[in-house]
Design a protein around this ligand. Structure first.
Ligand SMILES: *Cc1c(COP(=O)(O)O)cnc(C)c1O
Length: 224
């Protein structure tokens, strides 16, 4: 199947399984060449996700006028300066030191950087993300940073052979999303709930995701 056909299939699934009005299909293009990105754009993709700062830098000039770039991977503080202002949304904000650095760099540029807080629901050690019990404190902290705006949450379920097993994880994320939506922060909104990947996006959509991050199902297997 071609990139275009894969995208069309996922868009049909989104229509069928979504439980909220607007869902963004983020095409995850890590390890994939610019030609693949252009093909995806031709098929209607408006936003791409990358997980490495260096890869964003390498592809940036060739795609920046055609598509919005999202940073979805773990972000080291010393690399923040290379992407602030270049990316539409940082999905992986998970600690105060990182918030400080993003805020500082955004301030220098005179912009506001949109971010999602990455939540590690199951405390998987192999994954990054803020633990649930630390979310209040991190949100409170970010609420006072003038050049960052938190617009939602991002989560990743553990890999299960049966994607159905990811459902509880997504339910929990949605519950947190609703809880913080009603908190009345002045500088934080809960607009984006980023959850669901190639093997579990249908379950995520059923549980209220409005932003699915899909890579291999569009572009094929990745070779590192
Ligand atoms: C790679 C990646 C994805 C996409 O993974 P697929 O299984 O290929 O769809 C989604 N989210 C994050 C954070 C990723 O790193």
């Amino acid at each position: 199947m071609s990139i275009k056909e894969n995208i069309e299939e996922i868009k049909r699934d989104i229509k069928k399984y979504k439980t909220v009005d607007d869902v963004l299909l983020l095409a995850v293009t890590k390890t994939k060449p610019v030609e693949d990105i252009l093909e995806a754009i031709d098929a209607g993709i408006t936003d791409i996700g990358e997980n490495k700062v260096q890869e964003i830098q390498e592809k940036y000039d060739q795609v920046k006028d055609k598509v919005k770039i999202h940073m979805i991977g773990h972000l080291q503080t010393n690399k923040v300066k290379y992407i602030v202002g270049k990316v539409e949304l940082i999905h992986s904000l998970d600690r105060k030191s990182l918030a400080d650095e993003i805020n500082k760099r955004a301030k220098k540029l005179g912009i506001i950087q949109n971010c999602l807080l990455q939540v590690n629901v199951t405390k998987e050690e192999s994954k990054f993300g803020c633990y649930i019990e630390n979310l209040d404190s991190l949100l409170e902290y970010c609420n006072n940073l003038e050049n960052i705006k938190i617009i939602g949450l991002m989560g990743m379920a553990p890999f299960f052979d049966n994607p159905e097993d990811a459902r509880d994880n997504f339910k929990k994320l949605k519950e947190l999303f609703e809880k913080y939506k009603n908190r009345g922060y002045n500088n934080i909104t809960m607009d984006k709930l980023s959850m669901g990947m190639s093997h579990d996006y249908i379950i995520a959509l059923e549980e209220g995701s409005n932003l699915v991050r899909v890579g291999s199902k569009i572009f094929g297997e990745r070779f590192y």
